[in-house]
Design a protein around this ligand. Structure first.
Ligand code: PMP
Length: 400
């Protein structure tokens, strides 16, 4: 089969056509009224698919800082920091991130995706081992592949399974990196970080935690699951993204290890891509400050999560196992997921349709992401839209 034939076969298998009714790829947002409402393909929609957890995309301090940075530094950096040097914003954001996490070292990447790619591929290589929670995000899987290390998956959130696999490594344990997440992106459940840390310590492995979905969401000052679990000192590398609570685009890694600085010379996804734009850096600095100064946003986010979860549970939907700002509704089949997604869209509610291979256990999910900026009335409208869905088999048990 030729390369183009292969693409055509994919297109036919997945019935991709210009004439399809609205799908996520053909949905175009022309106007946003607020962080949680906009006009998608000409229809007003409540936005429940963004990861705008704190609702800061239109925050005045953030937008003003972004505009000012464009005026002062222009629209883009047009190059890598290793080639062109840094803007002072890169340096000061790294300082802010280090201070926020209470560590000495922080590195900014161009996206959350490249933060994971860049860290994993710089930390481990051929002959080393990665122990990876099976529910980890695609960016972590891709980083593992890029690294060339030996990849071993352990059962989701199962510290005993991790330990069993570490024990089997014998002498090779010295060069092992364990990777887990704070809040897992598809089912919205928390990592079992306390137990994972306990195992990590016993086997003297390194631990990297991706707090992409938990920064600004968990922990006394919003630092994430490690803070909430009281194990920050045991985490070797924390990665995260600017594209969720921080309402921008970019990524980072923070660490108490001074060796983190070396990756600036060794990490291809850090070196061979342009550094984050001045506007991105400026808005992210403001958003990071807001995580510390406005804890009420975090409280509101959790109130909203409780309201939606309770409403959907009452309707009998099979939901992800724990109340969280990411709530996954099991649609069972691809056809159901598409039908539910379209019906919700027709009713002015935009959620994420997530299908295999992007989902754990090949589930077909509708993923709802809450924001502190959602109003209670908007959430009621979302629940009503789910209540109106036609003739779909609903399982009563929770997603395992
Ligand atoms: N890590 C996790 C857990 C994610 O869910 C995502 C994106 N959804 C990323 C990393 C990548 O972040 P970004 O989209 O900012 O590149």
């Amino acid at each position: 089969m030729s390369l183009l034939d292969r693409l055509q076969a994919f297109s036919q298998k997945h019935a991709i056509s210009e004439n399809n009714s609205v799908t996520p790829l053909s949905a175009v947002t022309k106007q946003l009224y607020s962080p949680t409402e906009g006009e998608v393909n000409g229809k007003p929609a409540i936005l429940l698919g963004t990861n705008n957890y704190l609702g800061l995309t239109f925050d005045n301090a953030c937008t003003e800082a972004g505009k000012k940075a464009i005026d002062q530094y222009g629209t883009g950096t047009t190059g890598s920091r290793l080639a062109n040097g840094s803007y002072d914003g890169h340096k000061s954001l790294e300082q802010d991130l280090a201070e926020f996490y209470g560590v000495d070292h922080a590195v900014v990447f161009s996206t959350g995706y490249t933060a994971n790619l860049g860290m994993i591929s710089a930390l481990v290589g051929h002959g080393d081992t990665i122990m990876l929670d099976e529910h980890c995000h695609a960016s972590i899987y891709d980083g593992c592949k890029l690294s060339g290390a030996n990849i071993i998956h352990f059962r989701h959130n199962n510290a005993a399974d991790l330990e069993k696999r570490l024990r089997r490594l014998g002498d090779e344990i010295a060069n092992t990196l364990i990777i887990v997440e704070g809040i897992y992106s598809m089912l919205g459940d928390r990592g079992n970080l306390k137990d994972i840390c306990e195992v990590k310590q016993r086997y003297d492995a390194l631990l990297m935690v991706d707090e992409a979905h938990s920064l600004g969401v968990l922990g006394g000052s919003g630092r994430g699951l490690a803070q909430e679990s009281g194990v920050e000192a045991l985490v070797d590398f924390t990665t995260g993204t600017f594209s969720k609570s921080l309402a921008g685009i970019g990524g980072f890694c923070v660490s108490h290890h001074p060796e983190l600085e070396v990756i600036r010379y060794t990490s291809r996804p850090y070196i061979f891509t342009a550094s984050p734009s001045p506007a991105t850096i400026a808005t992210t600095k403001q958003a990071l400050a807001i995580i510390s100064s406005r804890p009420q946003l975090r409280e509101q986010l959790w109130k909203n999560a409780h309201q939606l979860y309770a409403g959907l549970a009452e309707l009998g939907y099979e939901l992800s196992p724990e109340i969280s700002p990411v709530i996954a509704v099991n649609a069972n089949t691809q056809e159901n997921a598409m039908s539910m997604w379209t019906q919700l869209f027709e009713q002015g509610v935009y959620v994420n349709m997530v299908l295999p291979p992007a989902t754990p256990g090949s589930r077909c999910l509708l993923r709802c992401s809450l924001s502190a900026a959602h109003t209670s009335a908007q959430i009621e409208r979302v629940i009503l839209a789910f209540a109106n869905l036609q003739e779909l088999p609903m399982l009563k048990q929770q997603i395992a």
